[in-house]
Design a protein around this ligand. Structure first.
Ligand code: BV8
Length: 226
């Protein structure tokens, strides 16, 4: 069994989604800020956006949807979670076998020496880092995958392997707009897996999957797992 999650599973934790209501920041679209070009042109603006998001995420707790997937991992010996989310709530909820397709907002990476720094996640220890500099003097960037950047090699291939071998794939809280992550769903179907979608709204996937459950993942997942 594989669960593919997107920003929708964290919406009930108070984290704005990318393409839904409240998903905008100062009327910027993610595709404009989450790019290497935007960071080269204006690192301070991009850092301001990420520090704002870290502040929102630091105040968030995992919700019943995250915990239902932890339960699934504990009861199903062959379970893989592949997430597009960078908020770390699956880790906080207790998920262990997580494939992070788009990286982690709590990691900084040095442009000069490549070193990765893990930033504090918990609300009480989190503080804004006005100076994003590495010990080597290099500029730090958020350690996640921007538009136009390749996904971590091993992440994509292990998610593809899991989906190829799956009997059942749960697709939760994603608009399936971003590739190559969204390509995991057609791959699942071509490989003979049953696909269940859990989403508040209809998506481009809804007509393709075996079952499309309409509603909040925090309500549906605990019932589905039970
Ligand atoms: C790459 C990190 C190539 C940053 C993110 C075809 C093939 C390959 C690439 C492309 C392609 N076509 C286009 C591309 C380019 C691009 C792309 O896909 N663009 C899109 C916009 C068209 N892809 C890339 O650039 C990727 N890179 O392909 O590189 C390459 C290869 C080799 C060498 C060089 C280059 C990289 C993509 C990764 C970008 N990084 N995140 C950051 O977070 O700041 S993507 C970003 O979008 C987030 O990770 C997010 O998770 C992801 C997808 O969004 P969703 O999670 O689906 O969230 P969304 O808001 O869209 O939807 C929420 C859903 O939840 C909705 O459906 C809503 O109804 C639902 N919902 C809401 N509340 C609830 C709910 N459901 C249930 N319960 C609720 N309560």
């Amino acid at each position: 069994m594989v669960a593919l999650t997107g920003a929708g599973i964290s919406a009930e934790s108070g984290i704005p989604t990318f393409r839904g209501a409240g998903g905008l920041w100062r009327s910027f679209r993610p595709e404009e800020l989450a790019t290497p070009g935007a960071f080269r042109r204006n690192p301070d603006l991009v850092w301001e956006w990420y520090e704002w998001r870290r502040g929102v995420i630091a105040a968030a707790q995992p919700n019943a949807g995250h915990f239902a997937l932890v339960e699934l991992e504990r009861t199903k010996h062959a379970f893989t979670m592949a997430t597009q989310n960078v908020d770390g709530l699956h880790d906080l909820a207790g998920s262990r076998r997580i494939v992070k397709l788009h990286g982690d907002i709590w990691i900084d990476r040095c442009l000069a020496c490549g070193r990765e720094l893990v930033r504090e996640h918990a609300k009480d220890t989190y503080q804004h880092h006005s100076e994003h500099r590495c010990g080597c003097g290099g500029l730090l960037r958020p350690g996640l995958v921007w538009f136009g950047e390749p996904l971590p090699e091993n992440a994509l291939s292990s998610a593809e392997d899991a989906v190829r071998g799956a009997d059942l794939v749960l697709v939760i809280g994603t608009s399936a707009a971003v590739y190559p992550a969204a390509g995991l769903v057609p791959l699942a179907r071509q490989s003979g897996a049953r696909v269940i979608e859990v989403n508040l709204e209809e998506t481009t996937l809804s007509a393709e999957v075996d079952v499309s459950l309409r509603g909040k993942s925090g309500d549906i997942l605990p019932k589905l797992i039970a």
